[in-house]
Structure formats: structure tokens, C-alpha cells
Write a protein that binds this ligand. Sequence first.
Ligand code: PAF
Length: 282
Amino acid sequence: MRVFHSVRNLHSWRTKQELLEGPIGFVPTMGALHDGHLSLMQRARKQCRTVVVSVFVNPLQFGETEDLGRYPRSFRADRRLCREAGVDLLFAPPPEEFYPANFQTTVTVNRLTRRWEGEARPTHFQGVTTVVTKLFGLVRPHLVYFGQKDYQQCLVVNQLIQDLNWDMRMIRCPTVRESDGLAVSSRNRFLSAHQRVQAGLLSKALRQGSDVIRTGIRNVRTIQSRMEKIFGSDPDVHLDYLAICDSKSLEPLTQVGGTVVILGAVRLGTIRLIDNLLVRCP
Ligand code: PAF
């Protein structure tokens, strides 16, 4: 496996790849790699001749009061995991080369970013779409791999790909979960034992929503109140949102029908966790 830290090396490597045949698969990450990332790499390894992973903690997608400084960094372990997963190239640029002092471009997707994570973290998606635009431009992949855990991010990046007519396809991979249903996330390592139990309630609430829909109930307020009950009255759990939305537009619904997505976000102290479930109404 090759490891590049500089954009110049990546450029000349990519030009040489043009001469070889077969798709390039790309897994963009912020490092602190876990089983969720591993599942993306494994899927890419199965489908592509060349697999590229980036590890870059993107400062643009963190708000001023968010956890950029505390975000876990474990480059040596990440490099080992990538090598073991059969990754061909690991790209890990230093932030000052990726965003030089005179950097002044941003990329914005509009409607899809207004609600949910976009409302809770107003500059987040612009940071994501700017960094992936740069990374996609450098790596020029044919297939890009994203985890369904960040469902809104998947829709936003897919919209970017469509709107800019890029010749690439997004492969959305299923959320990887712990045995109690908690979605794996780099931030889970910060949970105390008590918070770890509370964190499990989010996926439980989503499953409850899905079960209620399957019993034939279609009124969103009724489904929501049944999901909210799962959290009880624990004052340490702050529910940011628990919403039932159209799975393509992410607009909130009042009645469910067709395929819906249940989106949830909770705060446990300073840790914020998100999760979602796609439900096809019978
Ligand atoms: O999902 C993530 O880890 C990040 O948002 C991404 C896509 C790597 C962009 O920094």
C-alpha cells in the first residue's frame, strides 16, 4: 500500500492510473477507522481494481463550538487497518497543504441541507461538500463509498454528484451496528459506561418507530410519541430530533406512505450521535 501526504504525489499517481483498466473506488474518511469504515473498504475491494482511502479531519465541517480539537486521531492504527483491508493508496494530506492560507472556495448544496443536521450544524454540510469536491477532483474515482449512518450526508453528496454531472456513482453501504443496535461511530469511544447504555436507546427508538409503522399506524405524531417514550424522562439525554421524512427530499411527513426514513439525533453531555432507519410501508 502506498501512503501519500502531498497533493503532487497524488496527482502524478492518478495520471498513471489512467493507463490501467478497471474502476477506482474511493472511501473518504476522517480517520479513527472502525468496522463501519472497514465495511466500505471491503465493498470497494470487491468491486474495484484500485481502492483509495483518504484520512483527513476536515476543519471546514466543524462549527466553532464543535469538537474539532477533540476529534479522535489514530493515524498509525488507521494505516494498519487500511493495509490489512487491501487498500492500494492512503491519502492523508496535512490541513495546511489541503487548505492553504489563500483558500477561498466553498461548495453548497441548497435544499437538502436546510433541515436536520443542517439546522443543528449550520456550516457542516458546506464543509462536507467542499472537501469531497476537492477529494473527488484529486482522486477522480468511478465509485465512491459512503455509509448509510450519515443518511443526509449520502443524499447531499449524491445531489452534488448529479448536479455537477460527475461521472461517478455513489455506493451507499448499510450501517454497521454493535450487538445492541448502536450504530458504530468514531465518537462512541467517548461515551462513559452510563452514556453507552443511553446511546443504545436511539436505535431502539428507531426500531420502535419501524415496528409501529408495520402495525398499520400511519399518523406521524402517534408514531413519534411512541418512539419518544423509549427515552423515558432521563434529563441527561437531550433529543435533538426524531423525525419521519420522505426518503428522498427529507421533508417531514404528517402521514407515512411508501418509503420513509426515520432520522434521529441525541446529545449525551457533549457527545452528539445520529442514526436513521429506512422503512418501507407495507
Ligand atoms: O463522513 C465523514 O467521515 C466525512 O463527513 C467525510 C465524508 C469524510 C468528509 O470529510
